[in-house]
Design a binder for this molecule. Structure first.
Ligand code: PRP
Length: 210
């Protein structure tokens, strides 16, 4: 008898889109989309159990085996490098990690570049690869405020539609990486539930447009 598959979904727009894809692929659990404060939902017949977690926590649940599989942005995988399998690109939540700043910003020559970001590792690695000395200032949100208030010269952040940058008179200065949502799996659990997880990958593959 097949066991339940435990799936960590990121709360928010990306998670809802990912759930819709899973639903189309035969892993429906209608209660999962109900409004409310409940966090765990299951459909015994389809052998799926969903958890809604903070997007940046999905990889932690999967890495530690609290969830078998999960949906997570490539940006989070690049930043935290969790020890998990990246099984497929779901083609959802396409955006980019970019360097942005005030229009016409150029790199200061006489001092270290100040970079505000919630992606400290991505930013550090990016500037290391360019041979630029950078002072990374870690923020948790509203990153765009940093160059406006002079806290930093530039930011490294997610740009999706570009609206946030435009509305704050900022612009993309360079692109760091393209990102999208990935299906990931816990390494040990993947061995135990290989058949079930591979079936899921195949079924999702019928609906994914990368
Ligand atoms: C993200 C990101 C940008 C914005 C980009 O923020 O940090 O601020 O979305 O999207 P856009 O290009 O479509 O405007 P999020 O909404 O996650 O909130 P945060 O500021 O708390 O990080």
């Amino acid at each position: 008898m097949a066991e339940m598959i435990n799936i960590a979904l990121p709360k928010g727009r990306l998670g809802k889109a990912a759930y819709k894809l899973l639903e189309k692929s035969g892993y429906d659990c209608p209660t999962a989309m109900e409004d409310g404060r409940k966090l765990v939902f299951e459909n015994k017949e389809k052998k799926v159990r969903y958890f809604w977690v903070k997007p940046s926590d999905v990889a932690i649940y999967v890495e530690r085996g609290a969830a078998d599989v999960g949906i997570v942005g490539k940006d989070i995988l690049m930043e935290y490098q969790p020890d998990i399998y990246e099984l497929m690109d779901l083609g959802l939540g396409k955006c980019k990690v970019a360097v942005a700043g005030k229009k016409g910003t150029f790199y200061p020559k006489e001092r270290t570049l100040k970079v505000a970001t919630k992606f400290g590792n991505i930013a550090r690695e990016y500037y290391r690869s360019k041979g630029v000395e950078a002072d990374i200032i870690h923020l948790n949100g509203s990153i765009e405020l940093a160059p406006i208030l002079g806290l930093s010269d530039v930011i490294v952040d997610i740009v999706e539609t570009g609206t946030t940058l435009r509305e704050n008179n900022l612009e993309v200065l360079s692109e760091v990486a393209g990102v999208s949502a990935r299906l990931v799996a816990n390494k040990a659990i993947y061995q135990f539930k290989r058949e079930q997880i591979e079936t899921m990958v195949k079924e999702l593959g019928n609906f994914v447009e990368v």
